[in-house]
Design a protein around this ligand. Structure first.
Ligand code: URA
Ligand code: SF4
Length: 188
């Protein structure tokens, strides 16, 4: 069986969809691949494309603050990746053919990591992984079990930058996650 590092090597060389032509770097994901929680965003933005690291731009800084506020360490408590590993030009939504070309890598990451919880950041991830009709404003913060993993969708931090009034609800979702993690083990 491949390891996460072997998978990373494979994905870094991928040219399976048209996003390969316009990317600077593939963004595989980062954090602790032995953590209990996997966060899944949409796709790399400009800063991520330039650095090869997930969530390092403005949205990433907000995410760091929210994680910090509930006692979760970005480096230790979670692993974080995206639906597509290469930047959609101009930060447009990834197209269905791009998501399906890349999806196999995400499933491999899930299989290798075996997280207890998956947090979908935003509509694109939540609709692909939880429910094709998922509505973030209505269903955020609900935990749904799928294949032995507890899945939750919440607001994308980039959406929170545009709509700061939703930060209260998003913070509440992060608190729920923290409480659940503490419930079934003493350690975050
Ligand atoms: N937005 C995302 O969805 N993913 C990133 O890595 C950065 C911003
Ligand atoms: Fe390959 Fe995914 Fe990048 Fe497309 S987005 S080239 S499938 S790694």
């Amino acid at each position: 069986m491949a390891t996460m590092d072997q998978l990373r090597e494979k994905v870094l060389a991928c040219t399976a969809c048209k996003l390969a032509a316009t990317r600077t770097n593939v963004v595989f994901g980062g954090g602790n691949s032995n953590a209990r929680v996997l966060f899944i965003g949409e796709g790399p933005g400009q800063q991520e494309d330039l650095s090869g690291q997930p969530f390092v731009g403005r949205a990433g800084k907000l995410l760091d603050k929210m994680l910090d506020a509930v006692g979760l360490s970005r480096d230790e408590s979670i692993f974080i990746t995206n639906m597509v590993k290469c930047r959609p030009p101009g930060n447009r939504d990834p197209q269905p053919d791009e998501v399906s070309a890349c999806m196999g890598y995400l499933y491999e990451q899930i299989r290798l990591m075996r997280p207890q919880y998956i947090v979908c950041l935003g509509r694109v991830a939540a609709q692909s992984l939880i429910d094709p009709d998922f509505r973030v404003t209505k269903q955020h913060g609900q935990f749904i079990e799928k294949d032995g993993i507890l899945m939750m969708g919440t607001f994308h931090p980039a959406a929170l930058l545009r709509n700061p009034n939703q930060k209260v609800d998003a913070f509440d979702d992060f608190c729920k996650l923290r409480d659940r993690l503490l419930e079934n083990k003493a350690q975050l």
